[in-house]
Design a protein around this ligand. Structure first.
Ligand SMILES: [Zn+2]
Ligand SMILES: [Zn+2]
Length: 128
């Protein structure tokens, strides 16, 4: 079966991964925790079922940023890679910037808009 595969890696290349098939959803996240974890004014995620994702390099380091939430990153270079939350137990959320082709995952929604930094204005793509 030929399926669309997307690859990604951290900045130093120790953490690598492959994802098969399309994302279930994509979106920006304006939450305070994402901002602190990434150092960026907003984060962007693509959500997948866990069985779509295969980690192919060094294991992720994980930080529990709040109860039931694990944020995955590279232990060597610190790149932010993933989000796993008990609210979405079957899903694995990947920071879009970790993909080799982030242009494949245009965000189509916005999480925690109430926590958006006031000076940040995003143009949203038209819904598919
Ligand atoms: Zn790394
Ligand atoms: Zn967030």
């Amino acid at each position: 079966m030929s399926e669309q595969t997307h690859t990604g890696r951290c900045l130093c290349g120790a953490v690598t991964f492959e994802v098969s098939g399309p994302a279930k959803w994509t979106g920006y996240c304006h939450c305070h925790s994402c901002r602190k974890h990434t150092g960026a004014p907003v984060s962007a995620f693509a959500g997948f079922e866990r069985d779509q994702v295969r980690m192919t390099g060094q294991p992720l380091a994980r930080f529990a940023s709040s109860p039931g939430v694990q944020r995955g990153f590279c232990a060597r270079c610190g790149s932010t890679i993933s989000y796993e939350g008990e609210r979405w137990p079957s899903e694995f959320h990947v920071h879009v910037g970790a993909f080799d082709r982030p242009e494949d995952f245009a965000p189509t929604g916005q999480g925690f808009p109430e926590e958006r930094i006031a000076w940040l204005h995003l143009e949203m793509p038209a819904p598919p």
